[in-house]
Design a protein around this ligand. Structure first.
Ligand SMILES: C=C(O[C@@H]1C=C(C(=O)O)C=C[C@H]1O)C(=O)O
Length: 282
């Protein structure tokens, strides 16, 4: 999300504005998956220690790529942006070499920075074990650098998309705080009631239809004259079903987990007076 447009907070936190960002991220994610699918699965790059003794790193080839790439991006202040979350623990990354940009305060910091709201380890797990083998041809083509480079790009886009759930949650909370507060304050917190409040089945259903159409069009083939080439196996550059099931089974559920986990900490550090004002509908 471009926070430096000077747009008012009310616009940046409008649900329509946020949803439009999520729709735009669908294109990014589909095209990055298409780029990764050019190379074989190359399972070796996901196995810790598989490149020893040449690679002296505790972790897999991919985790080494994440550490090195995120270290470089951290120096360029990437992770001072509220919509960026590294897979490498922040305390292991170098400090920015230039001063952080000033961003509007959109999120409730105690909630946005709570460890439970960062789901990158779960994103890495489903990506390595389900998505990569699902979209890539089986086998090993030796393109370990290209495959890992594309993996990092997909992972960064998926992380941005899923952690956008914080902005969605903040928008929904501010729109009707009195709906959420009783469930946040109940003992124990009513996570199911919070999940039911943030879930919008019609939005999800429309997304999956749109995604299937995008994957079919973006993943389609054309000959040199620009004529559409119907692929016999319906897959083209990417298997549309893999893209839809990724969103249905992983991206949307994880986004909602982020929304609920953010809400569970939305009142951390908030005064009783403010809570009472919200409950009175002011
Ligand atoms: C992101 C939202 O919250 C939920 C998660 C969605 C998703 O991950 O695509 C879609 C609708 C909601 O169930 C939203 O309301 O737009």
């Amino acid at each position: 999300m471009n926070f430096t447009t000077g747009a008012p907070v009310s616009e940046l936190l409008s649900l329509d504005h946020i949803r439009n960002q999520l729709i735009r991220l669908e294109d990014t994610i589909i095209f990055l998956l298409i780029e990764r699918a050019q190379f074989a699965h190359n399972e070796k790059i996901y196995k810790p220690g598989a490149f020893r003794p040449e690679l002296e790193f505790d972790g897999s080839w991919l985790q080494w790529f994440l550490f090195e790439i995120e270290s470089f991006h951290a120096k360029a202040r990437r992770y001072t942006s509220p919509d960026e979350h590294p897979f490498t623990p922040l305390n292991l990354l170098p400090k920015p070499i230039i001063a952080p940009q000033s961003y509007p305060s959109l999120l409730h910091r105690p909630a946005a920075t709570h460890p439970s709201v960062n789901v990158n380890s779960r994103i890495l797990d489903f990506y390595m074990n389900k998505i990569s083998p699902g979209i890539c041809a089986p086998g090993d083509d030796g393109n370990y650098g290209s495959a890992a480079t594309r993996d990092v790009e997909v992972l960064q886009a998926l992380s941005r998309r899923i952690h956008f759930g914080m902005f969605v949650s903040e928008s929904k909370f501010l729109d009707a705080p009195h709906d959420f507060i009783p469930h946040i304050l109940s003992t124990p917190p009513n996570t199911q009631a919070l999940a039911d409040l943030i879930t919008k089945p019609a939005v999800e259903a429309k997304l999956l239809v749109r995604l299937a159409n995008k994957a079919r069009v973006y993943g389609g083939e054309m000959d040199a004259d620009g004529r559409v080439v119907e692929s016999s196996d319906r897959k083209g550059k990417i298997d549309m079903e893999q893209v839809v099931s990724m969103y249905r089974d992983y991206v949307i559920p994880l986004t909602k987990d982020v929304e609920v986990d953010y809400l569970l900490h939305r009142l951390d550090g908030v005064s009783q007076e403010q809570v009472e004002l919200w409950m009175k509908g002011r």
